[in-house]
Design a protein. Structure first.
Length: 139
């Protein structure tokens, strides 16, 4: 079996910097612990100092120190966030229904989703004002 390079690191860096150049966001949340993205964070900080960047650590993982040196803040994903973000007990797909396994019990009923998304001006910015948000995820 041979490994195939997906170029996901390069694609993520290009997407983030392209969106910064096009002014598509004010704050980006970078979900990764891959130290290779410290170069992406550094480039964004040096080239677009008015753009905010927050690093997000996946569940059970710590923040990468190399990335953290170039960002405005850090956020972790814990069990409470995952529980609040769970899918419904039953989801319809093209091929049928998928049901939640019994051992994935929800701790309490999930609130219904808000039918009206927040306006772009209500989104957080690095300077505390409203703006656009970009979520960037890497494995």
């Amino acid at each position: 079996m041979s490994a195939t390079e997906k170029q996901s690191d390069v694609n993520l860096a290009l997407a983030l910097t392209s969106d910064a150049a096009a002014d598509r966001f004010d704050v980006a949340y970078l979900l990764t612990t891959d130290g290779d993205h410290s170069a992406t964070a550094r480039f964004l900080r040096e080239s677009y100092p008015d753009k905010g960047l927050i690093t997000v650590a996946p569940p059970g993982r710590g923040h990468n120190r190399q990335i953290s040196a170039w960002v405005d803040g850090t956020v972790g994903i814990g069990p409470n966030l995952i529980e609040r973000s769970m899918l419904p007990d039953r989801v319809k797909t093209r091929t049928g229904w998928i049901e939640r396994p019994l051992n994935w019990a929800r701790p309490e009923p999930a609130p219904p989703p808000d039918p009206t998304p927040p306006s772009p001006s209500a989104m957080p910015r690095a300077d505390g004002k409203g703006g656009h948000l970009r979520l960037v995820v890497s494995n």
